[in-house]
Write a protein that binds this ligand. Sequence first.
Ligand code: SF4
Ligand code: SF4
Length: 469
Amino acid sequence: MSSQEEKKPSLEEEAHVLYLYETEKKIYQRRFVGFFRKLKKRSGIPLLLGYLLLPWLQIDGRQAVWFDLPARKFHIFWMTFWPQDFMMLAWLLIIAAFTLFSVTVVVGRVWCGFSCPQTVWTMMFMGVERFFEGGRNKRIKLDLAPWSFNKVWRKGGKHFGWLLIAFITGFTFVAYFNPVRQLSIDLFTFSAPAAAVFWTFFFTLMTYMNAGYLREQVCKYMCPYARFQSVMFDADTLIVSYDKARGESRGQRKKGSDYRAEGLGDCVDCGLCVQVCPVGIDIREGLQPECISCGLCIDACNAIMEKVEYPKGLISFTTENKLENGATHVFRPRLLGYGLALLVMVSVFAYTLITRVPLELDIIRDRSLLYRETSRGMVENIYTLRINNMDNQAHKYVINVEADQDFRFIGDSIVDVAGGEVYTHLVRLELDPGLLKRGNIDITFVLQAEDDEKMHDSEESRFIGPFIR
Ligand code: SF4
Ligand code: SF4
């Protein structure tokens, strides 16, 4: 066999094999403190504290934010929403979505990089990891090292820390649906309802998996926002960009050398921007869907630029237009469109919220009996009034009937209904058959609170009598 035949590459070597189920390489992120890391911390901590402390806040003797599913009431600070207010929730979600779209058009994925719970929790989990296992190089070494007491306690401590944070997260989430004080007592005395225990442990497990193991893979493969956010980008959207014209050709050089004469750009190819990246990408390869715009590579590169005494900003938050033409257009049709849509929606929502009357009246006619004749020869109809006082205050309501006939009202015409109560009230209407000109008479029940003019509602019904020829 000739030596040329011996060197012939195998079919496998020749082919470019793409494994669809390739295992993700573990990312060992290097910690680097700079402007954007501090910003990330400052934006994440208030959100985190808000999430953890909100269930403990009490207003008017109840939990300030409490989604009481069994009673179908959503308490949000001073307001209580019922299933009837579903439209408001829908508006709120649409407003949140459009706000996110508008923000994305202007500043790209800053939500992902600075405020997304996945980012905030991953940042916390990484902090615990660093506390027990040390910096990037120590973590790599520890993973490669054989099992020893040192490795066991470090790994054990990390997982204990992760599980503790995950449990607090899961518990807090469930506390938005179950009063937090009672839930804490019930959980620690093993008397909590099965559903509360299940969901607490379910969210504990999810948090542990998402922030401990899946991390950037959630952003890459699972997050729907990551999939479609790029369609909102335009050439004037702020993105994290590497200035290729300035940086290339990248390469190492001696300090003080005339690197331009050697054909080199400003990138010293130190690789720090890749090491600090939480999703493990190289921003020098251009904008990639994985980039969460956290700006950590900017911090790292600026520090390097400072060290080698080159101008900062080789990697920066900038726009495609700024890089190519030196200018960014702030006002553009897409942004104006989103802004206008947002303005309309916020106005509709605010109007609905301001004019919302937390009262609902339902009239249920006695269906088993269309009408009955009383011993006094009157025609009588029976109605059940369902008064839903969605306000947090009790009210005294006056019931009136509006019609083109004068009915005799039998039953209490003034009722007391407690805050949040659904009160059922039976009333009877009587009419002299001589006054009954038609078989049916349209009537309207009107409910008015004595102590609050805006608390009123009305509902139409019918008075049915014998058919008159
Ligand atoms: S490339 Fe830079 S901005 Fe994008 S995720 Fe990585 S570190 Fe963050
Ligand atoms: S940190 Fe800056 S200089 Fe270093 S490799 Fe990245 S772009 Fe180049």
